[in-house]
Design a protein around this ligand. Structure first.
Ligand code: OSB
Ligand code: MG
Length: 368
């Protein structure tokens, strides 16, 4: 398969409700939509880099630069038979996993469309629907948080993740646990603590949490291994795992007992599957993280989360939890058993709502 042209769209999507984490508050979500043309087919990929470098050093602007000025020119009009071959062609660029992952997703979509196979089939996913939960941002007070959680439980979500940060950790989590003693509950610090300040999190160990996600900095694998020794609750790494090598080293060091897999963060679905395979081999549970994706990225997450090692519910919520208007015609809804059905059409199995996309597009470019 030879990609003849790439079109980049920088999108800004207003969120239904603001999303606040330890690294900031966002009213809208930026991302890139990547359109790849080959053999009369069109493939789509979502690059999950956001407007600000709060979660990762990558931003929508850096991904735009890397794709337009380096990766695009290097891969156009060349025979690229597989995602792995694309990765080799992109390997002259250090890092920039989200930029690479967005393009790799578009290639998967093209390959699926040319072979008449769904992404789920190509990846080896099995479940028709995947268990999902919801990630609830920081709220004004513990009482407001309990109210927000109650709303999502009423919507049918059976697993809740709450965001924490220093000063907004134990009291918030205790309030949710007291209000809902039996729900599956987990917390995400988005690297807001140090080994010292994480002492404040020790009371969380008594709240029967599924996991504590990314308490320390992304480059703190060693300190996570020291911190894990102080907790019975499994630590789970998100930001720290940028490759299968990081995953292996984190497990060898005991930095975590669970891994959150995001294809965008690790450079693409091929690396995401490699991390999944490694964790299955090591009997380490994984789950699919989210980056407030549009319908394009959500379709990809659902296919990935249908692989057998994804035994914990993913941060993959219904379309309506995120956006008033999404860029795909397909709308993902929550089934009564807190699952979302995996798309079955060729490639990602989604089609674009162009008027909605036009409304969200801030900039576009064509390569070459
Ligand atoms: O840390 O998991 C995270 C969203 C943006 C950036 C980082 C994270 C998140 C979420 C939301 O928690 C997950 C989702 O519903 O997409
Ligand atoms: Mg996280």
């Amino acid at each position: 398969m030879k990609i003849e042209q790439l079109n980049l769209y920088h999108l800004r999507m207003p969120l239904r409700t603001a999303f606040e984490t330890s690294f900031g508050r966002e009213e809208s979500r930026d991302c890139l939509l990547i359109e790849a043309l080959a053999d009369g087919l069109v493939g789509y990929g979502e690059c999950v880099a956001d407007r600000d470098p709060g979660y990762s050093y990558e931003t929508a602007q850096t991904a735009w630069h890397i794709l337009r000025d380096f990766i695009g020119p290097a891969i156009l009009n060349q025979e690229i038979p597989t995602p792995e071959a694309l990765q080799r062609k992109m390997s002259f660029v250090k890092g920039h996993q989200m930029a690479k992952a967005g393009l790799e997703m578009a290639l998967w979509d093209l390959l699926g469309k040319s072979q008449g196979r769904s992404l789920q089939q190509m990846l080896g996913g099995q479940r028709a629907a995947v268990d999902v939960g919801v990630s609830v941002g920081l709220q004004e007070s513990p009482a407001a948080l309990v109210k927000a959680v109650e709303g999502y439980l009423n919507d049918g979500y059976r697993r809740i993740k709450i965001k924490i940060k220093p000063g907004r950790d134990t009291a918030d989590t205790q309030a949710v646990r007291a209000a809902f003693p039996n729900i599956r509950l987990q917390v995400d610090a988005n690297s807001a603590y140090t080994l010292d300040t994480a002492e404040a999190l020790l009371p969380l160990d008594d709240l029967d949490l599924l996991l504590i996600e990314q308490p320390l900095d992304e480059d703190d694998l060693w300190d996570h291994s020291l911190l894990q020794k102080r907790f019975r609750t499994p630590l789970c790494l998100d930001e720290s795992i940028l490759s299968a090598r990081h995953a292996r080293q984190a497990l060898e060091m005991g930095s975590c007992r669970i891994i959150n897999i995001k294809a965008g963060r690790v450079g693409g679905l091929s690396q995401a599957r490699a991390i999944h395979d490694l964790c299955v081999e090591a009997s380490v549970p994984v789950w699919c993280g989210g980056m407030l994706e549009t319908g394009v990225g959500r379709a990809s997450n659902l296919a990935l989360a249908s692989l057998p090692g994804f035994i914990l519910p993913g941060d993959i919520s219904a379309s309506a939890r995120y956006y008033l208007e999404d860029i795909t015609h397909e709308v993902f809804t929550l089934n009564p058993d807190s699952t979302i059905t995996v798309p079955t059409g060729p490639g990602l199995g989604v089609t674009l709502n162009w008027p909605a996309l036009e409304r969200a597009a801030q900039a576009r470019c064509t390569i070459p």
